[in-house]
Design a protein around this ligand. Structure first.
Ligand code: GDP
Ligand code: IMO
Ligand code: MG
Length: 425
């Protein structure tokens, strides 16, 4: 029995989808616990590429049961769309895909509020416009709808009235559009779509409890990353959920004593999509090189990802906050052919040297990276299968990361395919 969490250690897009799919071979259950359709998890299997936003990446493994926990904000349109795409591609998740009745639902007005709020902000976060912030906001202020609430037609029809009135009032007063949301349209849209969804609804907390009882292997699929966490990230440039490992207990209804392993998924360099501080960001040829070679384009929004060197302050922070017990180091192949590779070892904050990450945007915006330089390697490593066969300089780079984080690297990913993975030790 194992209960493992795969959590993003940076600002998302670390390659979680690939690692989850890879580990799916040993998993019985793969479970999302937070976030929503803002996630974009790419899985490449031979000549096919799947980008999953709402459905766990486990769905691509035949023997895995996939589940969406209560902590996710459930986007029913995205779910149905993905379901159809999977079925057209010959993957039928029926009978092995479940949604918690207690997951809050992203309503059409949440997406509109997300867009309107973002365009009205002077300091833009650069959200994905998937309605994530407004949906979590309604959960916290106790006026949101859970899956189970929409399935109760009478209850929903009554409560939706109140909600639409409130949203129309806010929209009109703040953004000058009257009668923006139509009660009848939203009600009938929800009723027809939840007819499709009803059969996937199951209590995920109970499902996992029984799985543990039967010594099954459970893998939790983190979305976003540590620095996008609502509490521990670079606020306000964050998402609205608890992305860190601790979010699993709340977002899946599993107690902390059951967790056996926490895998930090860490890119061999750093990227960020959306706004906010990024100390090691590169605006030079190296930055362009990483973006191009790494194919750094947002899987959800298509926006270019900002690129920079590996930041060991972030890595140490992610280890501390999540309790990472081993690291999956991804995209090491992308660094190949760089003559020199820099790693950030400290920040110079207005003349003061910082060795620990501080999640305060103002501090980060005024910090300069202090670098240590490593020699690069020129060989193409994307087909290497054994750790020993990696170039010495690549091994030195990995060992640096192990030393600075005090955590072993257990997987080195050298390409997007399952087969392009080195299991170390
Ligand atoms: P996620 O959100 O963490 O699942 O990551 P994304 O799927 O948004 O972005 C990671 C991108 O890198 C995807 O296009 C993957 O196919 C790709 N990828 C994952 N691991 C590797 C790797 O080791 N090397 C290379 N070159 N690409 C990778
Ligand atoms: P995966 O799971 C990278 C970023 C957005 C924005 C901020 C808030 O693929 O790693 P939101 O729409 O969540 O309110 O946007 O968070 N963001 C991500 N960045 N990867 C993601 O997911 C992200 N999900 C949200 O770009 O800066
Ligand atoms: Mg992504």
């Amino acid at each position: 029995m194992s209960v493992k969490i795969a959590v993003g250690a940076q600002w998302g897009d670390e390659g979680k989808g690939k690692i989850i799919d890879l580990l799916g071979a040993q998993a019985d259950f793969i479970v999302r616990y937070q976030g929503g359709a803002n996630a974009g998890h790419t899985v490449k299997i031979k000549d096919r590429k799947f980008v999953l936003h709402m459905i766990p990446s486990g769905v691509l493994n035949d023997n895995v049961i996939s589940a969406i926990g209560n902590g996710v904000v459930f986007d029913y349109d995205s779910f149905i769309q993905e379901l159809n795409t999977l079925k057209e591609g010959g993957i039928d998740p029926d009978g092995k895909l479940f949604i918690s009745p207690y997951a809050h639902v992203v309503m059409p007005y949440h997406k509109e509020i997300d867009k309107a709020r973002e365009s009205a902000r002077t300091t833009k976060i650069g959200t994905t416009f998937k309605g994530i912030g407004p949906a979590y906001q309604d959960k916290i202020c106790r006026c949101g709808f859970r899956v189970i609430d929409i399935l109760d037609k009478e209850f929903f029809a009554e409560k939706l009235k109140e909600n639409i009135e409130e949203k129309n009032f806010i929209f009109e007063r703040l953004y000058g559009e009257s009668e923006k949301f139509n009660y009848d349209d939203i009600l009938s849209d929800c009723f027809s779509k939840f007819e499709i969804i009803a059969k996937y609804v199951k209590d995920v907390s109970i499902l996992l409890d029984e799985a543990i009882e039967h010594n099954k292997n459970i893998l939790f699929e983190g979305a976003q990353g540590t620095l996008l966490d609502i509490d521990h990230g670079t606020f306000p440039y964050v998402t609205s959920s608890s992305t860190i490992s601790g979010g699993v207990c709340i977002g899946a209804g599993i107690n902390p004593t059951k967790i056996t392993e926490i895998l930090g998924v860490m890119k061999a360099y750093t990227t960020r999509v959306g706004n906010g501080p990024f100390v090691t960001e590169l605006h030079d040829e190296v930055g362009k090189f990483l973006a191009e070679k790494g194919g750094e384009v947002g899987a959800t929004t298509g926006r270019p990802r900002r690129c920079g060197y590996f930041d060991s302050l972030i890595a140490k922070y992610a280890v501390r906050i999540n309790g990472i017990s081993s690291i999956a180091l991804t995209k090491l192949d992308v660094l190949g052919s760089l003559d020199k590779i820099k790693v950030c070892t400290a920040y110079n904050y207005n003349g003061k040297i910082l060795h620990d990450f501080i999640p305060v945007a103002r501090v980060l915006e005024n910090s300069e990276p202090v670098y240590q330089e490593f020699d690069g390697w020129s060989e193409d490593i994307s087909n290497i299968k054994n750790y020993e066969d990696l170039p010495e300089n690549a091994k030195r780079y990995i060992e640096y990361i192990e030393n600075v984080t005090k955590v072993p690297v257990s997987i080195v990913s050298v390409g997007p395919e399952r087969s392009q993975s080195i299991f170390k030790d």
